[in-house]
Design a protein around this ligand. Structure first.
Ligand code: ADP
Ligand code: ZN
Ligand code: ZN
Length: 745
């Protein structure tokens, strides 16, 4: 270092053998600084440091130390100060961020911003939680006391404590947690503080808590179990209801109790965390925590810090939990690995499933991808021998697979968007006291508001999209940009009135079904009905208990959940995915149908599934019904191979947008010419073309697709092509981004 330092000719006052390379949360490359003044000039990589950028201060992370100035040494500024005493990220954690930045071509500082919660970036790891808890006093009122009638949260808290004292860490994870409410209960003398025992929490003996694994489950656990301590990627292909969760639990238990390591369980959406959390808490107590965007900033930072300190045995989280530091990571589980939500579609456009496999490889631990309907990419990796295959072919609790049938929508609407066959089936099931799920992946009342006089359809002023009627709010809303306005009552073009609402959304189904089945308890679950943080959990609990006979829901309700009373699922309209321009639409549709079907008949009564369609002879639907998902997937993969589409090729999509259509097109034309100038024989370049929805939120969007037969060739091209691209941006009005392994057009 000292030698290097001599080589860099610097004026003495500027001389420094060590320059700090700091990633800051800005769209900039890593920046160089002189060490901050003080007697502690250097810290380990991964430490936080405050640095000036222009006239502002940012908190960055130290990613490298170098003797060589990348800019004129005279212009180097000192960092302002070190923050915190310990590095926030280990070398391995930094490798993960660096790899994501490199692979997805995104500035490291913005990866750091994505990966680490804001509170932690600013304040560092939060201190371990106080070891305290609460217990009931003699004065606590009975469960049905009138004092509690109008205080359901207090009632819930007392109910929990009635089962025994609880640590605050555990109580905090309940959706009903509210510090002010706890204080009120304390002031009333109903609860008092309690100190939990300080022993490190041992996982409960598994046998005492869980079912005996069946043969296939045992094989799966043994296979992954043998690989502990080494990398290996496994696919757990288990039909819906086959008990994949039990496999996750058993494996996690081995990892924690035998190896004292940590487990990361990724799930596709927040809605799936409560059910899993309670299953895992039963075994691991308060050494389990969730991480997702529905938490308050404080809770997210607390759970993140606990995990990073090694104090959590299991972290259950959505895709961004992938980045949480786990000093003793021993196993990664990815549940419902086929779900598109593992791909982030803004900012750092990463695919969490893929990065999970990279992370497991780099950390040297196994990773298990679970699904009833594995992604075609995953099946392709299996066929290529890169992943190992584990299967659960039967429902675990003796339940039989549901029976699927197609119903022709040409028969007409007998009410609420159901055909006569559908309606009769719903009636029969409700009369038996069982539960029905009506699945429609379209929220709102009606997707179209139209004028019968001239054919005008109410459009979003900012998007190439129709406005959706939301009747209860009496508004029309754009589901793409969020714009909304009071519902129109006459035509904007010809002035005619009234307008008609065409088509079905979940709100309309709910209304009409209520008229058809008066006295039935209905429960609609979609993004409009469960806006509040705990509303979804309350709704899911009501669905699980069977207290609502009729469930109406979007995809929110379709995946992963276990509703023991549900015996009939109706896919209201299967046609949305049949004729899409997106080559992935068929895969998504097949997965969705199998997942919705998987909600039916999971307990002791057999399930039935009706799939309503205008195309009952469509080969995809027939294939799915006769051969199941596996047969569908084989055909679909064959089609992809013939068309050289992913997973048989590798893509990157260059997206550009602006308030007017010309600048992004001009940019992409220049980008295309630069791409072709690289003259790489195997690269194909398509476009520029308008995005599937050209105008969205006021922006005109276009893209350019590049494709290569090998991943390596694609990345070689990106290395050569990207650095010069920003020079092609002739106007500041163009926003552009690269999407590596895009999942949508
Ligand atoms: P999946 O996630 O594969 O759809 P779940 O893990 O939700 O399935 O399990 C479905 C049902 O089967 C649950 O009620 C679960 O408790 C039960 N189950 C799982 N494994 C067993 C087993 N070995 N014996 C009996 N019941 C089981
Ligand atoms: Zn009109
Ligand atoms: Zn819009």
């Amino acid at each position: 270092m000292t030698n290097d330092c001599k080589k860099v000719q610097q004026p003495p006052e500027m001389a420094s053998p060590s320059l700090l390379c700091v990633a800051v949360p800005l769209a900039l490359p890593d920046l160089q600084y002189l060490p901050p003044p003080g007697d502690d000039p250097l810290r380990p990589l991964g430490s936080r440091v405050r640095v000036p950028v222009g006239s502002r201060q940012y908190v960055g992370v130290l990613v490298a130390i170098t003797p060589t100035a990348a800019i004129d040494p005279q212009r180097l500024r000192p960092a302002t100060a070190w923050l915190g005493d310990e590095p926030l990220l280990s070398g391995q954690d930094l490798d993960l961020l660096r790899w994501c930045a490199g692979y997805y071509r995104y500035p490291l500082g913005l990866v750091w911003e994505t990966a680490v919660p804001a509170v932690v970036r600013e304040k560092g790891l939060l201190p371990p939680p106080e070891n305290r808890g609460w217990r009931l006093t003699e004065a606590a009122p009975l469960a049905d006391a009138p004092a509690l009638a109008r205080a359901p949260r207090q009632q819930a808290l007392l109910e929990t404590l009635r089962a025994g004292p609880q640590s605050e860490v555990m109580l905090r994870q309940s959706p009903a947690w509210d510090r002010a409410m706890v204080r009120r209960c304390q002031e009333k003398g109903w609860i008092t503080s309690w100190t939990p025992p300080t022993d490190p929490c041992e996982p409960a003996p598994l046998a005492a808590l869980e079912r005996i694994l069946n043969a296939e489950q045992s094989v799966a656990v043994a296979a992954v179990g043998e690989q502990l301590g080494r990398f290996g990627c496994f696919v757990l292909e288990g039909v819906t209801g086959s008990g994949k969760t039990e496999v996750y639990l058993a494996l996690a238990h081995r990892v924690v109790s035998e190896r004292r390591e940590q487990v990361l369980l990724l799930v596709p959406e927040i809605a799936l965390t409560p059910q899993l959390l309670s299953r895992f808490q039963a075994v691991f107590g308060d050494t389990v925590a969730v991480l997702h965007s529905g938490l308050s900033d404080g809770d997210r930072a607390r759970h993140w810090s606990q995990a990073a300190r090694g104090a959590l045995a299991v972290v259950i989280g959505t895709r961004s939990a992938l980045f949480v530091p786990l000093p003793r990571l021993g196993l990664i589980l990815v549940d419902e690995e086929h779900e598109p939500s593992f791909k982030q579609v803004e900012g750092l456009r990463y695919q969490a499933r893929d990065v999970a496999v990279w992370r497991a490889h780099h950390w040297g631990c196994p990773v298990l991808l679970g699904s009833a309907t594995p992604a075609l990419e995953t099946l392709h990796n299996l066929a290529a021998g890169r992943y190992r295959h584990l299967t659960l072919t039967e429902r675990a609790n003796g339940a039989v697979a549901p029976h699927l049938a197609l119903v022709d929508l040409a028969a007409g609407n007998a009410g609420a968007g159901l055909t006569a066959i559908g309606l009769a089936a719903v009636r029969t099931v409700l009369e038996r006291g069982e539960q029905v799920l009506l699945f429609l992946n379209r929220r709102g009342f009606a997707p179209v508001l139209a004028c019968v006089g001239c054919g005008w359809i109410a459009p979003c002023p900012h998007c190439d999209a129709k406005l959706v009627v939301h009747r209860r709010e009496a508004r029309v809303c754009c589901h793409h940009c969020g714009w909304s306005t009071p519902e129109y009552h006459k035509c904007s073009r010809c002035g005619a009135a009234p307008l008609i609402r065409i088509g079905q959304g979940t709100e309309r189904v709910e209304n009409e079904v209520a008229d058809l089945f008066p006295g039935q308890t209905l429960l609609r679950i979609d993004r409009d009905t469960v806006r509040r943080r705990d509303a979804l959990q309350t709704a899911l609990a009501a669905a699980q208990s069977g207290q609502a006979g009729l469930l109406i829901g979007t995809q929110m309700l379709a995946k992963g959940h276990h509703f023991p009373h549900l015996t009939l699922a109706v896919v209201m309209d299967a046609d949305q995915g049949l004729f899409s321009t997106d080559f992935r639409a068929a895969e998504r549709l097949a997965q969705q149908i199998v997942q919705v079907a998987g909600r039916a008949g999971r307990a002791d009564r057999p399930g039935r599934v009706l799939i309503q369609t205008r195309f009952p002879h469509h080969p995809l639907l027939i294939g799915l019904l006769t051969g199941g998902y596996r047969a569908f997937a084989e055909t679909a993969l064959d089609e992809r191979r013939q068309a050289a589409l992913p997973p048989y090729s590798y893509q990157a999509l260059l997206r550009a947008e602006a308030k007017t259509p010309e600048p992004p097109q001009a940019f992409l034309v220049a980008a295309r010419d630069r791409c072709l100038a690289q003259a790489m024989a195997t690269i194909r370049c398509y476009g520029p073309a308008p995005a599937p929805m050209q105008r969205r939120a006021g922006f005109h969007r276009f893209h350019l697709l590049v494709e290569a037969p090998e991943r390596r060739a694609l990345h070689q091209l990106l290395d050569l092509w990207l650095p010069g691209l920003k020079d092609e941006v002739t106007t500041r009005s163009v926003r552009w981004a690269l999407d590596v392994d895009p999942q949508e057009g």
